[in-house]
Design a protein around this ligand. Structure first.
Ligand SMILES: Nc1ncnc2c1ncn2[C@@H]1O[C@H](COP(=O)(O)OP(=O)(O)OP(=O)(O)O)[C@@H](O)[C@H]1O
Ligand SMILES: [Mg+2]
Length: 636
């Protein structure tokens, strides 16, 4: 509804074009239009920033985007009208057929307008031709801001084949945008393979029965799938003086793998492929099973042979850490299985939806994964995504959606976990050739590794108020219509500027409304409503405190209190020399899991699970951007 008097009597927009001025200058892909003086026109029939205008030439209809408006020299007298000027970026053309009818839309311009050519607003029909794909592979994700009757379409192959990014400040609608785009894609592609990394457990209900939701409680990522680098990160973290322990692990892991394979070969009466049972068959990184118990017994054997007590220390330290981590219920998804089995195909099948079994999207909930190893889990998943695509010969195209990507691929090489960065960068650089596509979502583009963003061909840029973020996006985008990015600070919620090959033309769109049941669980807290309640919402503080503590304490997770199970904080751990990375230093706050909602934390209760020895956890990965500033409340 128009709200101000000046627009009350304006005729409604009818989708027809109307003359607005004439060309007075053309330079390269830009043109300047001198506007006529009519001001009482409805939206869609005025020269507004971001609107599309047309210039009718003999061979084509050239489309130009209004990138600037000005009155260079305002008139001093009321009787003398102002000279009003619009700058256009020439972004595409509708080709005219020989019979004069309008044909297909092409990006870029082959002929240029001439001085004095008439400039009109583009009609709804012309906009529709320009923005709509004539292709079955295109899906509608919303409408154009310029004309709400025209659907905003993206071409699925172009969008996914060359990677995409959804960027914008917090609360602008990125997660909802992801849900809108994926739901539209899934509607047309029932046999898709999409894996979504969900650090806030917010997408659980977005895709209904089409989603396979994996929580830390039913995630299976056996430790033997980890590369050596990842395993060292999990077991040793940044433990002081870990070099010796790393060396021991490097020696023992291939032997443990060989032992396991030889045993299996004997049990089955068959020798598996790859010259099983021979030392040298496996490297530290080969993803084949082995037993923790074999590692421990080999460590024991070697300790027994050592004469010098000083040499025993790294073995003992390593053994204690392996036992602690493998007995920690929070790490159950890696070490929890009582028997070691080679079920890699099953794990990969579930993650990448092969076969699809009516659930083309897999949501991996990461809240509840111990914060110190969330990066390792993401690294394993991303690496496996690429390797799976590689070894399946590109026959199973997969899309990996990486929410909060700045955490895993930060701009600062000193932050994050190098293998995660490498795995994501590899998908960004080479994934296209093997059918792996990446969709990065981030609220801090300036904290995102620029090489990743520059590989994302289609970019949805939502409102962004931070100058650094805007500059960063601008520098990563090469498009004739980059001036559209000037709108970034002033865009409405759910609006995005879209660039790249996924759309026919860059433009300003509004994502479709998600139905209530499909909204990501990230509703902004309603302060005033909650603060009106007389007694506030009833909340059990003891329960809050318990869950809070449990998040970072394996002892509490098992339901066993520290003083009952063994040494209390400050007690020396047998066999472990003061390991520094452990608890927070005095005066330091324990780092909460990023974005973790207390209600979502997993209290892993595993019957029969051994109470873990209270060994300090590895140092948490650093996430400087994880400033608790967002209030998330669960949907009721
Ligand atoms: N397309 C949409 N349909 C319905 N509601 C929407 C849509 N887009 C945004 N919203 C509303 O805006 C709120 C915030 O959106 P969303 O969670 O997607 O923001 P975000 O950019 O992902 O935020 P953050 O960076 O904090 O993750 C949603 O809870 C929802 O109420
Ligand atoms: Mg979000």
């Amino acid at each position: 509804m128009p709200s101000d008097a000046s627009t009350m009597n304006t005729p409604a927009y009818d989708g027809q074009s109307v003359a607005i001025g004439r060309i007075v200058s053309v330079t390269g892909s830009q043109a300047v239009v001198m506007l006529d003086n009519a001001t009482d026109r409805p939206r869609g029939k005025r020269a507004e920033l971001g609107a599309i205008m047309k210039i009718d030439t003999p061979s084509s209809i050239i489309l130009g985007l209004v990138s600037a408006l000005s009155i260079p020299v305002p008139s001093q007298k009321e009787s003398v009208p102002d000279i009003r000027v619009a700058e256009l970026e020439l972004i595409g053309q509708l080709i005219k057929e020989e019979d004069g009818s309008i044909g297909s839309f092409l990006r870029g311009v082959s002929g240029y307008p001439s001085l004095g050519d008439a400039v009109d607003t583009a009609s709804a029909d012309e906009l529709r031709r320009a923005y709509m794909w004539n292709d079955q592979q295109a899906v509608s994700i919303g409408t154009l801001v310029q004309d709400h009757t025209i659907p905003a379409m993206v071409h699925v192959d172009e969008l996914l084949g060359k990677h995409c990014a959804i960027l914008g400040s917090t609360g602008t609608g990125k997660s909802c945008g992801v849900a809108v785009v994926l739901r539209a894609i899934l509607e047309q592609n029932e046999q898709a393979h999409i894996l979504l990394l969900d650090p806030h457990n917010e997408y659980t209900h977005c895709f209904g029965a089409s989603a396979e939701v994996i929580t830390p409680d039913d995630l299976q990522l056996p430790f033997w799938l980890l590369t050596f680098e990842e395993l060292v990160e999990v077991v040793l973290g940044s433990m002081a003086g870990r070099a010796n322990a790393v060396e021991i692990l490097a020696e023992l892991i291939p032997i443990a793998k060989t032992r396991y394979a030889a045993n299996r070969g004997r049990e089955n009466g068959t020798m598996l492929k790859r010259g099983v049972g021979q030392i040298g068959s496996y490297t530290v990184d080969t993803p084949v099973p082995y037993r923790v118990s074999d590692l421990i017994s080999m460590i024991d054997e070697r300790m027994g042979r050592l004469e010098n007590r000083g040499d025993v220390a790294p073995y003992r330290q390593l053994k204690t850490r392996i036992e602690a981590i493998s007995g920690d219920p929070r790490y159950g998804f890696m070490f929890g299985s009582l028997t070691v089995q080679d079920h890699m195909a099953e794990i990969v099948g579930r993650l990448f939806r092969v076969p699809v079994k009516d659930k083309p999207i897999c949501i991996l909930e990461l809240t509840g994964v111990p914060s110190e190893i969330v990066n390792v889990v993401v690294s394993v998943i991303c690496r496996m995504t690429f390797d799976f695509a590689l070894w399946s010969g590109g026959n199973v195209p997969i899309t990996l959606v990486c929410e909060e990507a700045h955490r895993y691929v930060p701009n600062n090489p000193g932050l994050g976990f190098e293998p995660t960065r490498r795995a994501i960068a590899r998908i960004a650089k080479e994934g296209r050739k093997y059918g792996v596509s990446l969709c990065v979502v981030s609220q801090r583009p300036s904290e995102l590794d620029p090489t990743i963003l520059s590989q994302c061909n289609t970019v949805f840029s939502m409102r962004m108020s931070n100058d650094l973020d805007q500059d960063f996006v601008r520098s990563a985008i090469f498009d004739t219509a980059a001036s559209l990015l000037d709108f970034l600070p002033s865009m409405g919620p759910r609006e995005a500027i879209v660039f790249g090959d996924g759309v026919t033309l860059p433009g300003r769109i509004r994502f479709a409304d998600l139905p209530e049941h499909a909204l990501p669980r990230s509703r902004t807290a309603c302060f005033t409503e909650m603060w009106q309640l007389e007694e506030g919402k009833p909340i059990d503080l003891d329960d809050v405190v318990e869950r809070w503590r449990a998040a970072d304490s394996p002892k509490l997770n098992t339901g066993v209190h520290a003083h009952e199970s063994g040494p209390v904080e400050g007690d020396p751990v047998p066999g472990v020399e003061a390991a520094p990375m452990a608890q927070a230093q005095p005066g330091q706050q324990p780092m909460p899991h990023p974005g973790q909602h207390p209600a979502q934390q997993s209290l892993r209760q595993q019957p029969g699970a051994k109470a873990a020895a209270p060994v300090p956890a590895p140092a948490p990965a650093q996430h400087p951007q994880e400033v608790p500033g967002q209030v998330r409340i669960p949907r009721s």
